[in-house]
Design a protein around this ligand. Sequence first.
Ligand SMILES: *Cc1c(COP(=O)(O)O)cnc(C)c1O
Length: 353
Amino acid sequence: MSWEENIKKVIPYTPGEQPKIENIIKLNTNECPYPPAPEIKEKLEKFSYESLRLYPDPSASVLVNALSSYYNIAPEKIFVGVGSDDVLAMAFLTFFNSNKPILFPDITYSFYDVWAELFKIPYKKVPLNDDFEITIEDYFEENGGVIFPNPNAPTGLFMDLSMVEEIIKKNKDSVVIVDEAYIDFGGISAASLIDKYDNLLVVQTFSKSRAMAGMRIGYAFGSKKLIKYLQDAKFSFNSYTMNRTSLEFGVASLENVVYFQETCGKIISTRERVKKDLKNLGFTFPDSMSNFIFARHPEVPAVELFDALKKQGIFVRYFNAPRIDDYLRITIGTDKQMDIFMDFLKKYLQERL
Ligand SMILES: *Cc1c(COP(=O)(O)O)cnc(C)c1O
């Protein structure tokens, strides 16, 4: 008998590389290429260093109230956490306690099965169709919960809100979580449905569209009942999840609506331009509504392109997993970064083919 027999053994999630090299073009973890709202810089300069002595507000009320007025949703229907990963993990712990399996797509955010394993939640991966679309009828069977991202990751495909609603409608006996990490890049949020369905949780983040991945802020919208259950679980785990800087800088980000919309607009227009450029080089990809494109080349293996790009200091994401091991997930950077990326690809393919 060894102490190791009683250890919880898990295979952790593998995050995208954060290379410690300077001057690379980093298109591998869906970060925003532009800085966060300038208001944050002002707050940073005025931030009271002395205040770090004190615990932060466990109810995170300044941030919750700012989100409440930004989205016009009552504070009692908002939950905040340390990135949406924290919010999602807490939601798995709180809502997925059935003996029936929870359902999520086979190709999706690879943290879902990690949490399911960690919390010993039975789960079933539901295959996307050959076009990488969710078949909504697959989610009408009995289950212990449903979760999917919309737009999905790493495909970038957005599912129409009416189809999202069909899935929620058919699942009144379980909690449905819509992970909207990429919703600000052209999709339509399911947040408008939380008053209609008290079993719906909509999760969003400051990490992608708000350029604040380093700050770790995530949030969720749901019925008062749902949010209360989440709060109870959170306060049974760690009361002070949101630190003082996250609270202040999160509020500052929400203050500048114009800057936020401009940043998202720039990324969307670069994305549409890059779609055309990639198509011209023979790449195919699902029609992304996110800040990345999931592309494959019919003649050149993805892993070869991945390595060649890396040698040039251009980092994209490659997943060695069934059905997607011939794809690259390319985060949308600035126009200049994407020009360098496209120029390299063009030259490489010309020499190679
Ligand atoms: C990036 C991402 C998250 C987590 O983001 P946080 O930085 O933890 O807020 C959650 N879901 C999906 C689908 C993502 O791509």
